[in-house]
Design a protein around this ligand. Structure first.
Ligand code: HEM
Length: 530
């Protein structure tokens, strides 16, 4: 398909003059407004007063400290040990949010999503800029209606039908890798991350649109181009400023930073593609009926598919979890072999959807463990739409010195559920909570206190409650199908052996990179299984 990016409407570049003439007065006006708002809200605030870490910056509070940490979960863990299961974290200009580190409190918080707790203003601007006013943007009854309409497309029956699409993509990649290995010495250095992203994009394209973006074939289409650019950095001063100040001044999100230009371009590209596919679909329907097997288009509105495609790649790519698996797994080759042994019962055929779901315990354990350790969405932050009382399973020591078991929350209070913390903290997962140990999912009493955590199998990676990820079965099936093909066919080693240092690459997408590499590169040494 020939998709033109009519939407690449370039923004003017921002000059330093612009920042002082327009940016500074704007920030000062907001500052005054925020102080006034703060005074107003303090008057009516009944929220339980909590202890917490002190602010280190008037502009950013502790946001920068958290956002730039290699492991934000560990930062929250330190504070939870110091202040208990609920504490207040300062943001910029006197703003703050309450972080809840308790299973019962999190279960309550998520159960009231979209009605009692809603997206922050910042998130709403971001989501609207990217997707428009769709499912992710909607709250309350409107969200419930949209979700109900979309759910059949993500049912087990639907994913069972889509499973061959994941295998097709994996085998297409295998043919390319085999050719690379044949042309060399039998071992090749392959940047697994790029290939996994291509698999994700192609399979979501075929599954959602009935259209192959041919990313695996190196097709240079607009959509592939936009998704690839997601891995690039945006470390400009303006971007960092917008990122850090966004929680206080959501409208800054509309400034034309490199990241915002990219997201806007993606949105327009998706719309162009959707228009073109709609027209094609209409033409095909005039001729012969398009096969329902090939596409879930009959069930999904185009814009919703576009949302899913972006979510799948931008917010929470299944490719990321496969990639993280290879890193964790390449450090512990015995686990790679254990998985291969389990999968070797499938020689000459592939596990079906039902076998992937229920008959391969070690593959399942590996998938769970990767999801637990590497949640692409690291935390959920919402604003209370009404007054509330959050129950806790452990006692809280308030700033007044009282010991309480409930937190009183006033309308307008910002609450954060720290997903990475809940998924990894020692208090729930034991002393090896931060290690890749798939075996914990095979032991019945392996993660005692973690059982108190609700969410999908006691982790919060897919969120929980009314907004729990709609595509989790899609993502898990894709992950397991592709991993089963890769591990049966290849062995993986990190470039410098088990001690290779992996870092977080800062870009629109949270991506890993081998330390010292430019950009989000994870080149692995790949060999065929003998
Ligand atoms: C490993 C892969 C994935 C992870 C970890 C993940 C995680 C999440 C999370 C945390 C949310 C909640 C977002 C929020 O609170 O704002 C979410 C929502 C959603 N996800 Fe996923 N996701 C994944 C893959 C997918 C895929 C492949 C699809 C579609 C094919 C998808 C479709 C959706 C949709 C439609 C929502 C919005 C649900 C709503 O607002 O009601 N996800 N996902």
């Amino acid at each position: 398909m020939n998709t033109t990016i009519s939407a690449t409407r370039p923004f003017e570049t921002i000059s330093p003059r612009w920042l002082t003439d327009v940016g500074l007065p704007f920030v000062l006006a907001w500052l005054l407004f925020s102080v006034w708002r703060k005074v107003q809200s303090l008057r009516s605030d009944k929220t339980t007063r909590l202890n917490g870490p002190a602010s280190t910056s008037l502009l950013f509070g502790l946001y920068r400290h958290i956002n730039e940490a290699e492991d934000p979960g560990a930062v929250y863990e330190e504070w939870a040990l110091q202040y208990g299961p609920a504490f207040r974290v300062p943001g910029g200009f006197g703003s703050s949010r309450i972080v809840i580190c308790d299973p019962r409190a999190n279960a309550h918080f998520y159960s009231k999503e979209t009605f009692g707790y809603i997206q922050t203003k910042l998130a709403r601007v971001f989501i609207e800029n990217l997707f428009g006013r769709g499912l992710l943007w909607a709250e309350g009854d409107s969200h419930r209606r949209q979700r109900k309409a979309l759910s059949p497309a993500f049912s087990n029956a639907a994913i069972r039908r889509l499973t061959p699409i994941f295998y097709d993509a994996a085998y297409k990649m295998r043919a390319i890798w085999d050719a690379m290995l044949d042309a060399g010495s039998g071992e090749a250095s392959i940047d697994v991350q790029i290939w996994m992203n291509h698999i994700s994009l192609d399979s979501v394209g075929v599954a959602g649109f009935g259209h192959d973006f041919d990313a695996l074939d190196g097709e240079d289409s607009a959509i592939v181009d936009v998704f690839e650019s997601f891995g690039s950095d945006d470390t400009s001063l303006l971007s960092r400023f917008v990122f850090l100040m966004g929680p206080v001044f959501p409208t800054l999100q509309n400034l034309p930073t490199k990241k915002n230009r990219m997201l806007r371009r993606l949105r327009y590209t998706m719309r162009d593609i959707a228009d073109e596919l709609l027209a094609r679909n209409r033409r095909e329907k005039e001729g012969k009926q398009m096969s329902e097997e090939k596409s879930v288009i009959g069930l999904l509105a185009f814009i919703a598919v576009a949302e899913c495609l972006i979510i799948a790649d931008e917010r929470a790519p299944a490719s990321r979890i496969r990639n993280d698996f290879h890193q964790s797994d390449a450090r512990k080759p015995e686990k790679q072999q254990k998985l291969r042994d389990e999968l070797f019962q499938f020689i000459g055929n592939d596990p079906t959807f039902d076998q992937l779901s229920a008959s391969l315990p070690y593959l399942d354990a590996v998938a769970q463990e990767v999801l637990r350790l590497h949640p692409p969405v690291r935390e959920t932050t919402r604003v209370a739409a009404e007054d509330d009382v959050i129950p806790f399973s452990s006692p809280i020591l308030t700033a007044n010195g009282d010991v309480v078991s409930n937190l009183v929350i006033s309308k307008g209070t910002t609450i954060t559920s720290p997903i990475t913390y809940m998924n990894r903290a020692e208090v729930f997962w034991g002393p090896n909570g931060k290690e890749f140990e798939p075996e914990r999912w095979l032991e019945t009493d392996g993660c005692s206190r973690a059982k108190e955590i609700q969410g999908y199998r006691h982790i919060l990676t897919f969120s929980d409650g009314p907004r729990i990820c709609l595509g989790k079965s899609f993502a898990l099936t894709e992950f397991k199908a592709v991993l089963s093909v890769l591990v049966r066919n290849y062995t993986f080693r990190l470039p410098d052996g088990p001690d290779t240092k992996i870092e977080n690459h800062r870009s629109i997408l949270p991506r890993p990179k081998v330390a010292g590499k430019k950009g989000a590169q994870v080149p692995m040494k790949v060999k065929r299984v003998e």
